[in-house]
Design a protein around this ligand. Structure first.
Ligand code: ADP
Ligand code: MG
Length: 242
């Protein structure tokens, strides 16, 4: 579903990604972790072409991001992305947040968009809040709306960049529950997160990054079950967060 091939990226002379290669198969849940500044956000943003890169290629569902003929807005519309900050439109109701991109980007009519959006809102357990504005919801609820909004676009893959790290601790669980449910339903997911409980429970693979490089890319069981086989950097990281 996602083929990241030898991707390197520089900001000026600073190399932020060095020769990153990995493949994410359909239905796979991959957790990306690593120290702050290691390039996790940059890598995940290259997957839906929010960040350009200078070397390598990324192929999403058969479409190459670096091919000049690729329609990037169209590709992006099929890749759901949920960030640390919820980024809902504050002046639009929950329902309007859910339908806007479906109408503008996918060209759906308002009724179809609303049906689809409310179905996804129900899925994240927030139907009762459909007419509220984002500011009337808790952080956890806003993040669940953001997930419902991404799902309304019928994504082929969902990208998450630390979706729970800006939340108060008591709200982390409700967002992780939605992500666990998605994983169990077979959604292809790439998740930057330090929630190792989530990683242990539902991930198939764990990627560990350090200084712009993928230095571990192994199964969940290898990553958590065999710490002695891990690189010193990953071991050190694990010892701090587990
Ligand atoms: P992570 O998500 O793992 O914390 P990032 O991908 O956000 O890491 O950042 C990786 C590195 O790239 C950091 O050193 C950061 O300071 C640098 N960086 C991120 N964005 C920019 C930018 N727009 N310009 C220059 N450097 C950047
Ligand atoms: Mg980041």
């Amino acid at each position: 579903m996602i083929d990241i091939k030898n991707v390197s990226k520089w900001y000026g002379t600073f190399q932020v990604l060095t020769d990153c290669t990995t493949t994410i198969k359909k239905g796979e849940v991959v957790v990306v972790c690593g120290p702050s500044g290691s390039g996790k956000s940059t890598l995940i943003k290259t997957v839906n072409a929010l960040e350009p890169f200078q070397k390598g290629d990324i192929v999403v569902d058969g479409t190459s991001i670096s091919d000049p003929k690729t329609n990037l807005p169209k590709l992006r519309s099929r890749v759901g992305m949920v960030f640390q900050h919820f980024e809902l439109f504050p002046h639009l109701s929950v329902t309007e947040n859910l339908t806007l991109a479906q109408i503008k980007v996918l060209g759906r009519n308002a009724d179809d968009a609303k049906t689809r959006g409310l179905k996804m809102l129900d899925r994240v357990g927030l139907m009762a809040h459909k007419d509220k504005f984002p500011g009337q919801l808790s952080g956890g609820q806003q993040q669940r709306v953001a997930i419902a909004r991404a799902l309304s676009m019928d994504p082929i893959v969902m990208l998450f960049d630390e979706p729970t790290s800006a939340l108060d601790p008591e709200m982390v669980g409700e967002v992780l529950d939605v992500m666990v449910q998605l994983a169990h339903e077979g959604m292809t997911m790439m998740c930057v997160t330090h929630e190792m409980g989530f990683a242990r429970k539902v991930s198939h693979r764990v990627i560990f990054m350090d200084q712009g490089k993928i230095i571990e890319d192994c199964t969940r069981d290898e990553f958590f079950g065999n710490p002695d086989a891990r690189s010193p950097r990953a071991k050190d990281f694990l010892s701090k967060i587990l």
